[in-house]
Design a binder for this molecule. Sequence first.
Ligand code: KIV
Ligand code: NA
Length: 265
Amino acid sequence: PRRVRVHHLQAAKDRGERLTMLTAYDAPTARIFDEAGIDMLLVGDSIGNTMHGHATTLPVTLDEIVVAARAVAGAVRRAFVVADLPFGTYEAGPEQALASAVRLMKETGVAAVKLEGGRRSVPQIRALTQAGIPVVAHLGYTPQSENALGGPRVQGRGAAAEEVSEDAVAVTDAGAVAIVLEMVPAPVAARITEVVRVPTIGIGAGPQCDGQVLVWVDMAGMGEWSPRFAKRFGEIGAALTSAARDYADEVRAGTFPAASHAFDA
Ligand code: KIV
Ligand code: NA
């Protein structure tokens, strides 16, 4: 399969083809999603919540993203892999952002990085773009700011719609190659999608975005809770529970391992 490159994202929007994106945090899931034809994989800092047992994304380190991103980028043949810049690795300014992003590009093989924030992140987006690093912006509900935003809440209702729109225009002008819109009212996301040239990738942002992204554990039914905007397309948690129970039953009953699983003298 031909590798998805940065210009294919824009071409997809221009042709009216929707982009598909899922998170991935390790090689086996990345291989599965890549073979399923998912266009873009995000090594999200949601790894903190989904894999490392934290309540928020704030404790996630660049070292943790590097390890996960290397595994994901190394496992795919087609998908466009994006890695998140975690909290505390880019806010200080363009130099800090560049140092963090360069490390990700050198050590992992991802195709792009993602960072949160609109107008406040424009200098960082500009610096990375000028250095040849494609940037995906992330607007609307931005989990790294959850303490300031008061938890997961829809952003851009009423008069605030104009703020999100201005952020979308600003990050596009700064060079962002795509924009994730998280928990933005559907009509607001639809208008931004019409106005900006680059593809919008929605999560809790309605059906009119140029693409959709979900956290894979929410999409696949791994974990007991999932947000309202996610849909469970599978029951991987239940499948794993059942496999673990069957294994334990057979070990206790002495039916596993069978002769075929054992070695002769
Ligand atoms: O870290 C993540 O999973 C994300 C998506 C929710 C867009 O940033
Ligand atoms: Na993220």
